[in-house]
Write a protein that binds this ligand. Sequence first.
Ligand code: ZN
Ligand code: ZN
Length: 57
Amino acid sequence: MEELQCEICKMKFQTQVDLIDHREMIHSKFECPTCGAEFKSEKQLKAHEKKEHEAAA
Ligand SMILES: [Zn+2]
Ligand SMILES: [Zn+2]
């Protein structure tokens, strides 16, 4: 039986779907390029950048 393992945290999964779900839930984060803060969504990151770094575009 093929073993599926997350290459990031080494957690093991029964199915490919579980692994993909896990990766999206746990590891798909958005990082601020300016200060390295991490966010769960792009929206949160954008709000942070606007608030904290106020990039005048
Ligand atoms: Zn993982
Ligand atoms: Zn930042």
